[in-house]
Structure formats: structure tokens, C-alpha cells
Write a protein that binds this ligand. Structure first.
Ligand SMILES: *[C@@H]1O[C@H](CO)[C@@H](O)[C@H](O)[C@H]1NC(C)=O
Ligand SMILES: *[C@@H]1O[C@H](CO)[C@@H](O)[C@H](O)[C@H]1NC(C)=O
Ligand SMILES: *[C@@H]1O[C@H](CO)[C@@H](O)[C@H](O)[C@H]1NC(C)=O
Ligand SMILES: *[C@@H]1O[C@H](CO)[C@@H](O)[C@H](O)[C@H]1NC(C)=O
Length: 463
């Protein structure tokens, strides 16, 4: 009986491996219940935005969309080849027509490729969830099933009839708690669940993919949103992107919002006055902050006036491969913005390669105060600032890595921590915190991803 239920439910889940909406993926749940004959039932539930029952044609709307666009594409191609389209097509008008048809074909093809990629991503995500749920089903199966006393049916094991977990929603609550259990959850003190103030990093969620870069120049780069945008021209929705592979990196792409980034349509390309080095740029209060190529010069580029607003050397900072993160890539100077201001993470010859943190004046780029840690910069994969605390990531290639060190600039003390961090695509070249969204932005092997982070009151937090 149990076996059958599982099989039916798994079938149900696998028939949904290609729905169009990502919402559905979040609603998969596994529940266990008892029936009147004393049998234990396990049920997978997956909410689909397009279908209410299984099995069926959950892919149909998506497939219809793709196939009608394919038909359109074929029509355009044949129009292009034969030069026939029924309309007035003489002289230059005809050429314009061909031009237009051609660019439409190109646009359509690009869109179809993107759709395919997106769908593949969703298939992978659902397959991963399927595997997780199967594993959970297996572990649940191995636990004894609990019975009620009320039905008068023969009991296989006993349990107090008053257990709230057996009543209505209670049973579901219990399951939900088990299925959704987070690795770090037992470390979080009660009362931290709605924590919105500044605090210590408690957990980093799974990476969420927003865009895969195409072409070799997308292997690594920087992408950001401004946590404190200044003008009407650019908002907190504007997405900024720099592909940093190349000799002379100066292009700053602006996308209207996350959606346009996913579609690949920038609204603007700004050309920076000085070339960019590496992936350490930060976006803060209407300016892009970055390190000028082959120098310790920091630059503030004002996005509204599209001009250089300040430039200043970061005193004694190593650059161009003197003190990079472990992945190399001239990641000597990493700029970061958080709730407490603007920071530079780097090293100097005096610090002998240990990480130095400096708080910068966002206007003038002057150093306000510096702290020296005892962690060597080239042993960590990346670093970011949250609420005036530095956090370092242990590996940029390990799928299951950790944030394993934190340094608090308020106390000047560092300590080991262990917060799981996933490098899903195995080559993470940039990690930056956005305090307005309480997310990490990262560039992991062509993939632009975000991670939700959860903060909480630290046990030793007296601030
Ligand atoms: C968390 O938020 C919910 C609803 O917003 C509220 O009822 C609850 O009291 C909050 N818990 C804490 C510990 O602040
Ligand atoms: C932008 O700011 C508005 C208003 O504060 C907020 O509601 C919205 O969630 C923000 N959007 C993003 C993408 O941060
Ligand atoms: C963090 O992990 C890295 C890489 O495994 C290791 O070299 C370093 O010693 C660790 N740091 C701490 C504070 O545990
Ligand atoms: C990473 O951890 C997950 C569980 O959190 C596990 O399923 C997976 O196999 C691990 N991957 C590697 C490469 O260790």
C-alpha cells in the first residue's frame, strides 16, 4: 500500500518536470497521514500554476507557445528565402522588409534559445527536488507509523490519543517542520525568526539563478543593484552588470529590472572613464565604486552625471596579483557596501598578506579607519561585509562550502563560524551583500545568482 502510494505520487511529480512557472517548484510538499484502516499514507503535493490534476498536459501551454513561435519563425525564414511576402516589396521598401524580417528572426531565435535554457534550468531544479523528496520519503518510511485510538481498528503501535500532531492541521505542521528543517536552525535562538535589525549572519539560502551569461566574456564578472539609489533615473530595480573578462573592461550595462536582465535586454551601456580591474566593484548611493586597472586607485563614478566623481589611492594596498583571493583573477581590492557604510577589503605589505578592512568616506574615498585581521587573504575564496562584520567564504569551487570566519569591526575581534554556503556552479568569482534586499549577489561560473541571508542577534552581541 505504502509502496503504491509513493509510486503514484512520484509519477505525479515527474509529470510536472516541465511546467513554465517557477512558483510551482516552491510548493512541493510531502505529507503523512493515517487512514481508517490503520494504514500509513505518504502523499506528495506539487502545486502547478497550470494544472490541477495529474497526469495530464501540464506542459501544454508552454509547448503551444514555443510551437506557435516556431511556426512564425519558419514563416519568416521562408519569406526571407523566397523574397515573397504578399505585400508591396519593390525597391528599397523590399530591402527594408528583408532587413526587418531578418532582425525579427534573430530576435526570435535568441528568445527561443533563452527559453530553452530557462526550461532546462527548471528541469534540473525539479529533478533535484524530486531527489530530495525521495530521500525524505525513504527516511520517513523507516519511522514507525503512529495510530489513533478512535477508529477501533487494530493498532500496530500505541500513542496517546490527545497528541496534537494527529489532529487536522497539526499533522501537516509536524511534517512541514521536518521537511523544511534547515541545517543551522537549531542554532537560532527563539525570537530571531522575524529579526530585521542588524545582526550576525545565521544562514545563507540556496542560490537563485537570474541569468546565465553567454560567450566567453561571461565566465566571471560583477552584477549588482544599488541598495540606496539616489535619483529618479535609476532605482532599486535597476540591475548593473560588468563582464570582467578582457583586457580593457569599461562597459557598464544597465537593465531596467531583473526581468530585463533575465531576457538579456540592457536599457543602457555606460562607458567608464577608466578600465576596471577584477570583480571587486560596489554600487552605493548612486555611484559605482571600483578599482582602476593595474593600480591601487579607487574610482567613484557617478551614474546620473555619467562622470568620474572622485579618485584616490588606497594607501599601501596590494594590487594586480599581490594579494588576491584564492581564485586569483587580480581580486586584490574588494569594495563592499553594507548597513554601516562603504568598505575596502584588501591587504598590504605591512600586513604581510593578512586581510585589512578599511572603512571609506563614500564621497572622497578617504580611509576613515582600518582593521587588520589575522586571516591571509589568499586562503579565502571571497569576502563580504554585513552590518560592519567581515565574512569570508572558504572555497569558490566546492559545491558545499562554508562561511567560516567573521571579523567584527565594532569589537576588533575575529572568530571561526560555520555557515553553509553553496557554489552551485563550482566557480564563484564574486560575492557581494545588498543590505536593502538582504541578499548576496554572486557570479558563479557564468551564472548570476542571489542568496537570501538570515541575520539574527548574536549570543555575544551587545550592540
Ligand atoms: C513575528 O511576526 C509575526 C507576524 O508578523 C508576529 O505575530 C510575531 O509575534 C513575531 N515574532 C517575534 C518573535 O517578533
Ligand atoms: C524597492 O523599494 C521599494 C520601496 O521601498 C520596495 O517596496 C521594493 O521591494 C524594492 N525593490 C527591490 C527590488 O529592492
Ligand atoms: C576556512 O577554510 C579555509 C579553506 O578550507 C581554511 O584554509 C581556513 O583555515 C578556514 N578558516 C577558519 C577560520 O577556520
Ligand atoms: C552537498 O550537500 C547536500 C546536502 O546538503 C548533498 O546532498 C550533496 O551530495 C552534497 N554535495 C557534495 C558535492 O558533497
Amino acid at each position: 500500500m505504502l509502496r503504491m502510494w509513493l509510486q503514484v505520487s512520484l509519477l505525479c511529480l515527474s509529470c510536472l518536470t516541465l511546467p513554465g512557472q517557477s512558483q510551482g517548484q516552491d510548493r512541493a510538499s510531502l505529507r503523512r497521514s493515517n487512514d481508517h484502516s490503520g494504514l500509513c499514507h505518504y502523499t506528495f503535493t506539487v502545486a502547478s500554476p497550470e494544472e490541477s490534476s495529474c497526469p495530464g498536459t501540464s506542459m501544454k501551454p508552454e509547448m503551444d507557445g514555443v510551437s506557435s513561435r516556431l511556426t512564425m519563425l519558419e514563416a519568416l525564414v521562408s519569406r526571407l528565402i523566397t523574397g515573397v511576402d504578399g505585400g508591396p516589396r519593390t525597391g528599397t521598401n523590399g530591402e527594408d522588409g528583408v532587413q526587418e524580417a531578418y532582425s525579427q528572426v534573430t530576435r526570435e531565435r535568441k528568445q527561443l534559445e533563452q527559453d530553452k535554457e530557462r526550461l532546462n534550468g527548471q528541469v534540473q531544479e525539479l529533478q533535484r527536488r524530486l531527489a530530495e523528496l525521495s530521500q525524505e520519503a525513504e527516511s520517513l518510511r523507516q519511522r514507525p507509523c503512529q495510530q489513533t485510538d478512535s477508529s477501533g481498528v487494530t493498532q500496530r503501535d500505541s500513542r496517546p490519543a490527545s497528541d496534537p500532531a494527529l489532529n487536522g492541521n497539526g499533522a501537516y505542521q509536524e511534517m512541514k517542520a521536518e521537511v523544511k528543517e534547515l541545517p543551522a536552525s537549531h542554532l537560532i535562538p527563539e525570537g530571531n525568526h522575524n529579526f530585521t535589525g542588524c545582526g550576525e549572519l545565521q544562514s545563507v539560502g540556496d542560490p537563485v539563478l537570474h541569468r546565465k551569461a553567454d560567450g566567453i566574456t561571461g565566465k566571471y564578472g560583477v552584477w549588482l543593484q544599488d541598495p540606496e539609489p539616489q535619483g529618479p533615473q535609476y532605482t532599486n530595480k535597476t540591475v548593473w552588470r560588468i563582464d570582467t573578462v578582457g583586457k580593457d573592461v569599461r562597459q557598464l550595462f544597465a537593465y531596467e529590472d531583473m526581468d530585463q536582465l533575465s531576457q538579456g535586454f540592457p536599457m543602457k551601456v555606460l562607458v567608464l572613464p577608466e578600465p576596471v580591474e577584477s570583480t571587486g566593484a560596489a554600487m552605493y548611493r548612486g555611484s559605482l565604486y571600483y578599482q582602476r586597472k593595474r593600480s591601487r586607485t579607487l574610482i567613484r563614478y557617478d551614474l546620473t552625471s555619467e562622470s568620474l566623481a572622485s579618485r584616490r589611492d588606497l594607501p599601501h594596498a596590494g594590487f594586480h596579483g599581490q594579494h588576491p583571493y584564492s581564485w586569483g583573477g587580480y581580486t586584490d581590492i574588494d569594495l563592499a557596501a553594507d548597513e554601516r557604510g562603504l568598505w575596502a577589503i584588501y591587504s598590504t605589505s605591512k600586513a604581510k598578506g593578512a586581510i585589512v578592512i578599511s572603512q571609506l568616506d563614500p564621497e572622497s574615498l578617504e580611509v576613515r579607519k582600518s582593521w587588520e585581521t589575522n586571516i591571509r587573504k589568499n586562503t579565502v575564496a571571497n569576502a563580504f561585509m554585513v552590518c560592519g562584520r567581515l565574512y569570508t567564504v572558504a572555497s569558490y569551487t566546492a559545491a558545499n562550502s562554508t562561511v567560516n570566519y567573521s571579523f567584527d569591526t565594532a569589537t576588533g575581534a575575529g572568530r571561526a563560524v560555520a555557515v553553509p554556503f553553496k557554489n552551485k556552479y563550482r566557480y564563484n568569482s564574486m560575492v557581494d551583500y545588498n543590505h536593502a534586499q538582504r541578499k548576496l549577489f554572486a557570479w558563479d561560473n557564468f551564472h548570476m545568482v542571489t542568496y537570501d541571508v538570515r541575520l539574527g542577534r548574536a549570543s555575544d552581541d551587545r550592540s
